[in-house]
Design a protein around this ligand. Structure first.
Ligand code: PBG
Length: 335
């Protein structure tokens, strides 16, 4: 044999021989410490409502949300991101309800912090759950586009109201120019220097958000036409533009940068990893979650294997934090 193949001096397969060896040389691991668990909250009492396009995901009542957060913390989840389903009658063109200190999501924040004080609670800073248009900001006088500066003014106030309610991190997901700086100044001026900013720095105008928009009702607000956010969210064709956005967010004081969606944007994560030493987060969005469920339901993909590989790829590309709807079930399996 040696005479026949003397040239094969390096045999990398030696390090793949069995499970023990493979574990020793494994380069990337997804653990419960990586996860931020996104959760939906609605008004009312009792049980949650299932979200049809996101199997296993519910719109929780505050009571149900608290129970879910306790259960998540019990299996080691460190952070949750809360998204409200706002009653239609509370929506208006300016998203006024976002500034109500007693709004649904802030009642939820208080209940969760009271029940599970060590759980890091994160809220979104964007107006889409609150506007009749479903947009992340307020429209200009002509109604032709989202007005950047008018929106930033509201978002800065919104972040302060959220910090007043006790959130640990605020997460601007709106993609307005200058919002990270404005939010940082407003938080500091209000004495919330300890509240961190998780900036959605590279948030793409993606079709993968569809199920989320069903879950929070922002698509219904916009009516039948597909909600177009292309004047503020990034063009999926542009990797370099996300580096410009990230550089601005770093300069303006972001603590953690996020790429969204995750799976189809691993190149962006990887490039951002080279650009900054800040922690990086990635959001495995609703459409990514729904795809895996739908294919597994048809028997076309192995559910757990596909799920785990999708997360491993996100971690491998450079994310140290992963927002995923799979968080709790994986934590339960690892616990
Ligand atoms: C909006 C927001 C969106 C998501 C999180 N925050 C959707 C959008 O931009 O319309 C999507 C998350 C997901 O799809 O899971 N501020």
């Amino acid at each position: 044999m040696d005479e026949v193949f003397p040239q094969i001096s390096r045999r990398p397969r030696r390090l793949r021989r069995n499970a023990s060896v493979r574990a020793l040389v494994q380069e990337t691991r997804v653990t419960v410490d990586d996860f931020i668990y996104p959760l939906f909250v609605r008004e009312g009492e009792g049980a949650g409502e299932p979200v049809p396009s996101m199997p296993g995901v519910e719109r929780h009542t505050i009571e149900g949300l608290v129970a879910e957060c306790r259960a998540a913390a019990a299996v080691g989840i460190k952070a949750v991101a809360l998204f409200p389903v706002t009653l239609v009658e509370l929506k208006d063109e300016r998203g006024t309800e976002a500034l109500n200190p007693d709004c649904l999501v802030l009642r939820a924040v208080k209940a969760v912090k009271a029940a599970v004080p060590d759980l890091v609670v994160i809220t979104d800073v964007a107006l889409d759950p609150y506007t009749t248009t479903g947009h992340d900001g307020v429209l200009n006088a002509a109604g032709s586009d989202v007005d950047n500066d008018a929106t930033v003014e509201i978002l800065a106030k919104m972040a302060v109201v959220q910090a007043d309610a006790g959130v640990d991190w605020v997460a601007p997901s709106d993609m307005m120019d200058g919002r990270v700086g404005a939010i940082r100044s407003a938080l500091d001026a209000a004495g919330h220097t300890h509240v961190a900013i998780l900036a959605y720095s590279a948030k793409y105008a993606s079709a993968f958000y569809g199920p989320f928009r069903d879950a929070v009702g922002s698509q219904q607000a916009a009516g039948k036409s597909y909600l177009d956010k292309k004047t503020y969210q990034l063009n999926p064709a542009n990797p370099r533009e996300s580096m410009v956005e990230a550089a601005l967010d770093i300069e303006e004081g972001a603590d953690v940068l996020m790429v969204k969606p995750a799976g189809a944007y691993l190149d962006i994560l990887c490039q951002l990893r080279q650009l900054t030493d800040l922690p990086l987060a990635a959001y495995q969005v609703s459409g990514e979650y729904a795809q895996i469920h739908a294919a597994a339901e048809k028997g076309w993909l192995d559910y757990a294997a596909t799920r785990d590989e999708s997360l491993l790829a996100i971690k491998r590309a450079g994310a140290s934090l992963i927002l995923t709807y799979f968080a709790k079930e994986i934590a339960e399996e690892q616990a």
